[in-house]
Design a protein around this ligand. Structure first.
Ligand SMILES: Nc1nc2c(ncn2[C@@H]2O[C@H](COP(=O)(O)OP(=O)(O)O)[C@@H](O)[C@H]2O)c(=O)[nH]1
Ligand SMILES: [Mg+2]
Length: 358
Protein backbone atom coordinates (compact mmCIF):
# COMPACT_ATOMS: atom_id res chain seq x y z
CA UNK A 1 0.00 0.00 0.00
CA UNK A 2 1.33 3.35 -0.99
CA UNK A 3 0.76 6.94 0.09
CA UNK A 4 1.56 9.65 -2.46
CA UNK A 5 2.99 12.80 -0.87
CA UNK A 6 1.87 15.85 -2.80
CA UNK A 7 1.37 19.57 -2.41
CA UNK A 8 2.65 22.89 -3.70
CA UNK A 9 6.37 23.36 -4.24
CA UNK A 10 8.37 24.26 -1.11
CA UNK A 11 5.73 23.02 1.32
CA UNK A 12 8.13 20.52 2.93
CA UNK A 13 7.25 17.31 1.06
CA UNK A 14 10.78 16.10 0.44
CA UNK A 15 11.87 17.03 3.98
CA UNK A 16 8.99 14.94 5.38
CA UNK A 17 9.63 12.09 2.98
CA UNK A 18 13.22 11.95 4.20
CA UNK A 19 12.13 11.95 7.84
CA UNK A 20 9.43 9.30 7.32
CA UNK A 21 11.57 6.89 5.33
CA UNK A 22 15.07 7.70 6.59
CA UNK A 23 16.03 8.31 2.97
CA UNK A 24 17.61 11.69 3.42
CA UNK A 25 17.79 13.65 0.20
CA UNK A 26 19.00 16.99 -0.95
CA UNK A 27 15.83 19.04 -1.02
CA UNK A 28 17.29 21.51 -3.52
CA UNK A 29 14.96 24.21 -2.25
CA UNK A 30 11.91 22.33 -3.43
CA UNK A 31 13.09 21.96 -7.00
CA UNK A 32 13.21 18.22 -7.31
CA UNK A 33 11.51 16.99 -10.44
CA UNK A 34 11.64 13.21 -10.19
CA UNK A 35 9.62 11.06 -7.85
CA UNK A 36 11.14 8.76 -5.28
CA UNK A 37 9.67 5.94 -3.24
CA UNK A 38 10.66 4.84 0.26
CA UNK A 39 9.47 2.66 3.10
CA UNK A 40 8.40 3.78 6.58
CA UNK A 41 8.20 1.48 9.58
CA UNK A 42 4.89 1.65 11.39
CA UNK A 43 5.57 2.25 15.09
CA UNK A 44 3.48 -0.04 17.30
CA UNK A 45 3.90 -0.16 21.10
CA UNK A 46 2.03 -3.50 21.17
CA UNK A 47 4.67 -5.16 19.00
CA UNK A 48 7.42 -3.59 21.13
CA UNK A 49 5.82 -5.05 24.27
CA UNK A 50 5.45 -8.50 22.67
CA UNK A 51 9.11 -8.43 21.63
CA UNK A 52 10.07 -7.64 25.23
CA UNK A 53 8.48 -10.96 26.25
CA UNK A 54 9.85 -13.15 23.48
CA UNK A 55 13.24 -11.46 22.97
CA UNK A 56 13.22 -12.62 19.35
CA UNK A 57 16.26 -12.83 17.06
CA UNK A 58 14.35 -10.83 14.48
CA UNK A 59 11.94 -7.93 14.94
CA UNK A 60 9.83 -6.93 11.95
CA UNK A 61 7.36 -4.04 12.15
CA UNK A 62 4.68 -3.33 9.56
CA UNK A 63 5.64 -0.94 6.77
CA UNK A 64 3.97 1.40 4.32
CA UNK A 65 5.39 2.98 1.20
CA UNK A 66 5.54 6.70 0.63
CA UNK A 67 6.13 8.29 -2.76
CA UNK A 68 7.54 11.83 -2.88
CA UNK A 69 6.00 13.49 -5.91
CA UNK A 70 7.39 16.70 -7.42
CA UNK A 71 5.64 19.88 -6.34
CA UNK A 72 2.82 21.58 -8.12
CA UNK A 73 4.65 24.43 -9.81
CA UNK A 74 2.04 27.16 -10.13
CA UNK A 75 -1.58 28.07 -10.20
CA UNK A 76 -2.48 26.92 -13.68
CA UNK A 77 -5.74 25.06 -13.72
CA UNK A 78 -5.61 21.66 -15.34
CA UNK A 79 -2.05 21.20 -14.13
CA UNK A 80 -0.51 18.06 -15.64
CA UNK A 81 1.49 17.35 -12.49
CA UNK A 82 -1.75 15.93 -11.08
CA UNK A 83 -1.56 13.16 -13.64
CA UNK A 84 1.74 11.76 -12.44
CA UNK A 85 1.44 7.98 -12.22
CA UNK A 86 2.70 8.00 -8.62
CA UNK A 87 -0.35 9.99 -7.59
CA UNK A 88 -2.76 8.04 -9.76
CA UNK A 89 -1.73 4.66 -8.41
CA UNK A 90 -1.39 5.70 -4.75
CA UNK A 91 -3.91 4.14 -2.36
CA UNK A 92 -4.08 7.35 -0.33
CA UNK A 93 -2.65 10.84 -0.62
CA UNK A 94 -0.82 12.99 1.87
CA UNK A 95 -1.31 16.65 1.06
CA UNK A 96 1.39 18.81 2.63
CA UNK A 97 0.34 22.41 3.25
CA UNK A 98 2.86 25.07 4.08
CA UNK A 99 2.15 27.10 7.16
CA UNK A 100 5.73 28.07 8.02
CA UNK A 101 7.06 31.50 7.11
CA UNK A 102 10.52 31.75 5.64
CA UNK A 103 12.34 34.57 3.89
CA UNK A 104 14.87 32.07 2.59
CA UNK A 105 12.32 29.87 0.80
CA UNK A 106 9.82 31.55 -1.50
CA UNK A 107 6.18 30.37 -1.49
CA UNK A 108 5.03 29.66 -5.06
CA UNK A 109 1.90 31.75 -4.45
CA UNK A 110 3.77 34.58 -2.77
CA UNK A 111 2.10 34.25 0.64
CA UNK A 112 1.44 31.63 3.31
CA UNK A 113 -2.20 30.48 3.39
CA UNK A 114 -2.70 26.72 3.92
CA UNK A 115 -6.50 26.84 3.54
CA UNK A 116 -6.22 28.56 0.17
CA UNK A 117 -3.69 25.96 -0.96
CA UNK A 118 -5.91 23.08 0.20
CA UNK A 119 -8.84 24.61 -1.68
CA UNK A 120 -6.67 24.86 -4.80
CA UNK A 121 -5.58 21.23 -4.56
CA UNK A 122 -9.07 19.86 -3.89
CA UNK A 123 -10.48 21.91 -6.80
CA UNK A 124 -7.80 20.44 -9.01
CA UNK A 125 -8.59 16.86 -7.89
CA UNK A 126 -12.21 17.49 -8.85
CA UNK A 127 -11.34 19.12 -12.18
CA UNK A 128 -8.95 16.32 -13.15
CA UNK A 129 -11.57 13.67 -12.33
CA UNK A 130 -14.20 15.57 -14.27
CA UNK A 131 -11.98 15.52 -17.36
CA UNK A 132 -11.47 11.75 -17.00
CA UNK A 133 -15.23 11.18 -16.62
CA UNK A 134 -16.13 13.38 -19.59
CA UNK A 135 -13.65 11.62 -21.87
CA UNK A 136 -14.90 8.18 -20.87
CA UNK A 137 -18.58 9.19 -21.15
CA UNK A 138 -18.09 10.49 -24.66
CA UNK A 139 -16.59 7.15 -25.72
CA UNK A 140 -19.26 5.15 -23.89
CA UNK A 141 -22.16 7.02 -25.47
CA UNK A 142 -20.74 6.35 -28.93
CA UNK A 143 -20.29 2.66 -28.17
CA UNK A 144 -23.80 2.35 -26.75
CA UNK A 145 -25.26 3.88 -29.92
CA UNK A 146 -23.55 1.18 -31.94
CA UNK A 147 -24.69 -1.70 -29.76
CA UNK A 148 -26.82 -1.98 -26.67
CA UNK A 149 -24.88 -3.51 -23.84
CA UNK A 150 -26.25 -3.53 -20.28
CA UNK A 151 -22.70 -3.58 -18.87
CA UNK A 152 -21.78 -0.39 -20.73
CA UNK A 153 -25.09 1.23 -19.79
CA UNK A 154 -24.44 0.55 -16.13
CA UNK A 155 -21.03 2.15 -16.45
CA UNK A 156 -22.57 5.15 -18.21
CA UNK A 157 -25.14 5.60 -15.45
CA UNK A 158 -22.45 5.39 -12.80
CA UNK A 159 -20.24 7.92 -14.57
CA UNK A 160 -23.17 10.27 -15.14
CA UNK A 161 -23.75 10.22 -11.41
CA UNK A 162 -20.04 10.95 -10.86
CA UNK A 163 -20.17 13.83 -13.30
CA UNK A 164 -23.10 15.35 -11.45
CA UNK A 165 -21.22 15.09 -8.15
CA UNK A 166 -18.05 16.60 -9.58
CA UNK A 167 -19.94 19.40 -11.34
CA UNK A 168 -21.31 20.46 -7.98
CA UNK A 169 -17.67 20.87 -6.84
CA UNK A 170 -17.91 17.83 -4.57
CA UNK A 171 -15.12 15.24 -4.29
CA UNK A 172 -16.16 11.65 -5.05
CA UNK A 173 -14.99 10.51 -1.60
CA UNK A 174 -17.97 12.40 -0.11
CA UNK A 175 -20.38 9.93 -1.74
CA UNK A 176 -21.06 6.29 -1.01
CA UNK A 177 -20.79 3.66 -3.71
CA UNK A 178 -21.48 -0.06 -3.39
CA UNK A 179 -18.73 -2.65 -3.72
CA UNK A 180 -19.38 -3.28 -7.42
CA UNK A 181 -19.36 0.40 -8.23
CA UNK A 182 -16.19 0.92 -6.22
CA UNK A 183 -14.51 -1.84 -8.18
CA UNK A 184 -15.45 -0.14 -11.42
CA UNK A 185 -14.41 3.30 -10.15
CA UNK A 186 -11.02 2.14 -8.89
CA UNK A 187 -9.98 1.47 -12.48
CA UNK A 188 -10.23 5.19 -13.20
CA UNK A 189 -7.77 6.09 -10.38
CA UNK A 190 -9.87 9.12 -9.45
CA UNK A 191 -7.95 11.56 -7.27
CA UNK A 192 -10.97 12.94 -5.44
CA UNK A 193 -11.95 9.41 -4.41
CA UNK A 194 -8.71 8.71 -2.56
CA UNK A 195 -8.54 9.18 1.20
CA UNK A 196 -6.37 12.17 2.09
CA UNK A 197 -4.18 12.95 5.07
CA UNK A 198 -3.85 16.72 5.28
CA UNK A 199 -0.53 17.62 6.93
CA UNK A 200 0.02 21.22 7.91
CA UNK A 201 3.73 21.98 8.10
CA UNK A 202 3.94 24.67 10.79
CA UNK A 203 6.77 27.02 11.71
CA UNK A 204 9.11 26.45 14.64
CA UNK A 205 7.27 29.12 16.65
CA UNK A 206 3.91 27.34 16.45
CA UNK A 207 4.85 23.69 17.07
CA UNK A 208 2.48 23.24 20.00
CA UNK A 209 -0.49 25.11 18.53
CA UNK A 210 -3.48 23.46 16.90
CA UNK A 211 -3.93 25.01 13.45
CA UNK A 212 -7.28 23.26 12.94
CA UNK A 213 -8.97 25.40 15.55
CA UNK A 214 -8.68 28.39 13.27
CA UNK A 215 -11.96 29.37 11.62
CA UNK A 216 -12.21 28.09 8.08
CA UNK A 217 -11.02 24.59 8.94
CA UNK A 218 -14.38 23.40 10.19
CA UNK A 219 -15.83 22.90 6.73
CA UNK A 220 -12.88 20.62 5.96
CA UNK A 221 -12.56 18.67 9.19
CA UNK A 222 -16.19 17.56 8.93
CA UNK A 223 -15.73 15.97 5.48
CA UNK A 224 -15.49 12.20 5.12
CA UNK A 225 -12.30 10.53 3.92
CA UNK A 226 -10.00 13.26 5.22
CA UNK A 227 -7.71 13.20 8.25
CA UNK A 228 -5.71 16.10 9.63
CA UNK A 229 -2.47 16.48 11.46
CA UNK A 230 0.31 19.02 11.92
CA UNK A 231 4.07 18.70 11.89
CA UNK A 232 7.08 20.98 11.96
CA UNK A 233 9.53 19.43 9.54
CA UNK A 234 12.43 21.52 10.86
CA UNK A 235 11.79 20.51 14.46
CA UNK A 236 11.34 16.85 13.51
CA UNK A 237 14.70 16.83 11.80
CA UNK A 238 16.25 18.31 14.96
CA UNK A 239 14.52 15.62 17.05
CA UNK A 240 15.80 12.93 14.68
CA UNK A 241 19.35 13.97 15.56
CA UNK A 242 18.82 13.43 19.29
CA UNK A 243 18.74 10.10 21.11
CA UNK A 244 15.58 8.91 22.90
CA UNK A 245 16.06 10.59 26.32
CA UNK A 246 17.29 13.91 24.95
CA UNK A 247 14.45 13.96 22.44
CA UNK A 248 11.97 13.32 25.28
CA UNK A 249 13.31 16.26 27.32
CA UNK A 250 13.31 18.51 24.26
CA UNK A 251 9.71 17.58 23.49
CA UNK A 252 8.57 18.20 27.07
CA UNK A 253 10.20 21.63 26.97
CA UNK A 254 8.16 22.42 23.88
CA UNK A 255 4.94 21.00 25.31
CA UNK A 256 4.72 18.20 22.75
CA UNK A 257 3.06 14.94 23.74
CA UNK A 258 3.92 12.71 20.83
CA UNK A 259 6.07 12.51 17.75
CA UNK A 260 4.39 14.09 14.74
CA UNK A 261 6.07 11.57 12.43
CA UNK A 262 4.58 8.62 14.36
CA UNK A 263 1.19 10.29 14.12
CA UNK A 264 1.56 10.78 10.36
CA UNK A 265 2.46 7.14 9.83
CA UNK A 266 -0.31 5.92 12.15
CA UNK A 267 -2.94 8.10 10.47
CA UNK A 268 -1.77 6.97 7.03
CA UNK A 269 -2.08 3.34 8.08
CA UNK A 270 -5.60 3.93 9.32
CA UNK A 271 -6.61 5.88 6.19
CA UNK A 272 -5.38 3.01 4.04
CA UNK A 273 -7.83 0.80 5.94
CA UNK A 274 -5.03 -1.37 7.33
CA UNK A 275 -4.90 -3.26 10.62
CA UNK A 276 -2.11 -5.38 12.08
CA UNK A 277 -1.96 -8.88 13.41
CA UNK A 278 1.15 -10.31 15.02
CA UNK A 279 3.12 -13.53 14.84
CA UNK A 280 5.37 -14.14 17.84
CA UNK A 281 8.15 -16.49 18.88
CA UNK A 282 11.81 -16.62 19.82
CA UNK A 283 12.83 -16.46 16.17
CA UNK A 284 10.76 -13.51 15.12
CA UNK A 285 8.11 -11.08 16.35
CA UNK A 286 6.40 -9.56 13.39
CA UNK A 287 3.47 -7.32 12.47
CA UNK A 288 1.50 -8.17 9.33
CA UNK A 289 -0.67 -5.65 7.52
CA UNK A 290 -4.09 -6.66 6.26
CA UNK A 291 -7.16 -4.74 5.18
CA UNK A 292 -9.72 -4.45 7.95
CA UNK A 293 -12.18 -7.31 7.44
CA UNK A 294 -9.68 -9.81 6.03
CA UNK A 295 -10.49 -13.45 6.78
CA UNK A 296 -8.04 -15.89 8.37
CA UNK A 297 -7.44 -17.89 5.17
CA UNK A 298 -6.41 -14.80 3.23
CA UNK A 299 -4.34 -13.50 6.16
CA UNK A 300 -2.47 -16.83 6.16
CA UNK A 301 -1.60 -16.20 2.51
CA UNK A 302 0.10 -12.94 3.51
CA UNK A 303 2.66 -15.01 5.39
CA UNK A 304 3.12 -17.86 2.91
CA UNK A 305 1.11 -19.51 0.17
CA UNK A 306 1.84 -22.93 1.77
CA UNK A 307 0.20 -21.83 5.01
CA UNK A 308 -2.85 -20.75 3.04
CA UNK A 309 -2.95 -23.93 0.97
CA UNK A 310 -2.56 -26.24 3.96
CA UNK A 311 -4.67 -24.15 6.36
CA UNK A 312 -6.17 -26.15 9.21
CA UNK A 313 -6.98 -23.67 11.97
CA UNK A 314 -5.87 -20.31 13.28
CA UNK A 315 -4.99 -20.03 16.97
CA UNK A 316 -5.95 -16.53 17.97
CA UNK A 317 -5.52 -14.45 21.11
CA UNK A 318 -5.84 -10.69 21.60
CA UNK A 319 -2.36 -9.14 21.94
CA UNK A 320 -3.32 -7.48 25.23
CA UNK A 321 -4.33 -10.79 26.73
CA UNK A 322 -1.01 -12.37 25.74
CA UNK A 323 0.84 -9.40 27.22
CA UNK A 324 -1.05 -9.80 30.47
CA UNK A 325 -0.58 -13.57 30.73
CA UNK A 326 2.97 -13.65 29.41
CA UNK A 327 2.89 -16.83 27.34
CA UNK A 328 0.79 -18.62 24.73
CA UNK A 329 0.70 -21.72 26.96
CA UNK A 330 -0.76 -19.59 29.75
CA UNK A 331 -3.45 -18.26 27.40
CA UNK A 332 -4.26 -21.81 26.32
CA UNK A 333 -4.70 -22.82 29.98
CA UNK A 334 -6.89 -19.82 30.65
CA UNK A 335 -8.97 -20.70 27.62
CA UNK A 336 -8.38 -17.34 25.93
CA UNK A 337 -6.44 -18.83 23.00
CA UNK A 338 -9.23 -19.59 20.54
CA UNK A 339 -9.34 -21.86 17.53
CA UNK A 340 -10.81 -20.15 14.49
CA UNK A 341 -11.63 -21.32 10.96
CA UNK A 342 -10.97 -20.02 7.46
CA UNK A 343 -13.65 -17.33 7.42
CA UNK A 344 -12.81 -15.79 10.79
CA UNK A 345 -12.23 -12.04 10.44
CA UNK A 346 -8.96 -11.11 12.12
CA UNK A 347 -9.21 -8.23 14.62
CA UNK A 348 -6.57 -5.51 14.93
CA UNK A 349 -3.92 -6.40 17.52
CA UNK A 350 -4.51 -10.14 17.62
CA UNK A 351 -1.66 -12.62 17.85
CA UNK A 352 -2.24 -15.41 15.37
CA UNK A 353 -0.60 -18.80 15.01
CA UNK A 354 -1.65 -20.70 11.88
CA UNK A 355 -1.78 -24.48 11.99
CA UNK A 356 -1.29 -25.94 8.53
CA UNK A 357 -0.36 -29.11 6.77
CA UNK A 358 1.10 -29.42 3.26
N1 LIG B 1 11.53 27.20 8.31
C1 LIG B 1 11.11 26.03 7.85
N2 LIG B 1 11.57 25.63 6.65
C2 LIG B 1 11.14 24.45 6.17
C3 LIG B 1 10.22 23.62 6.87
N3 LIG B 1 9.97 22.53 6.12
C4 LIG B 1 10.71 22.66 4.99
N4 LIG B 1 11.42 23.81 5.01
C5 LIG B 1 12.35 24.32 3.99
O1 LIG B 1 11.62 24.61 2.80
C6 LIG B 1 12.39 24.25 1.65
C7 LIG B 1 11.59 23.32 0.77
O2 LIG B 1 11.44 22.10 1.45
P1 LIG B 1 11.20 20.76 0.65
O3 LIG B 1 11.06 19.67 1.65
O4 LIG B 1 12.23 20.59 -0.43
O5 LIG B 1 9.80 21.09 -0.02
P2 LIG B 1 9.05 20.40 -1.26
O6 LIG B 1 9.25 21.26 -2.44
O7 LIG B 1 7.61 20.41 -0.85
O8 LIG B 1 9.60 19.03 -1.43
C8 LIG B 1 13.69 23.62 2.17
O9 LIG B 1 14.69 24.61 2.12
C9 LIG B 1 13.35 23.25 3.60
O10 LIG B 1 14.49 23.30 4.42
C10 LIG B 1 9.75 24.08 8.16
O11 LIG B 1 8.96 23.42 8.87
N5 LIG B 1 10.22 25.29 8.59
MG1 LIG C 1 10.38 18.12 -3.09
Amino acid sequence: MEVGIMGLAASGKTSLFGLLTGQVQETAGGRRDVSQVGIAKVPDPRLDALAAIFEPKKFTPATIRFADVPGIPDEHRGDTSFNLPELRTADALMVVLRSFASDAVAHPKGSVDPLRDLEHIEDEFILQDQMVVERRLERLRKDIQKRRDPELERERDLLERCLEILESATPLRNETFDANQMKKLRGFTFLSLKPVLVVVNVGEDEVASDPFRDPGWEKWTSRPGLAFTRVCATLESELAELDGDDAQVFMEDLGLEDRALDRIIGESYRLLGLISFFTVGEDECRAWSILDGTEALEAAGEIHSDIQRGFIRAEVVPGNELLEVGSLAGCRQRGTLRLEGKTYKIVDGEVVHFRFNV
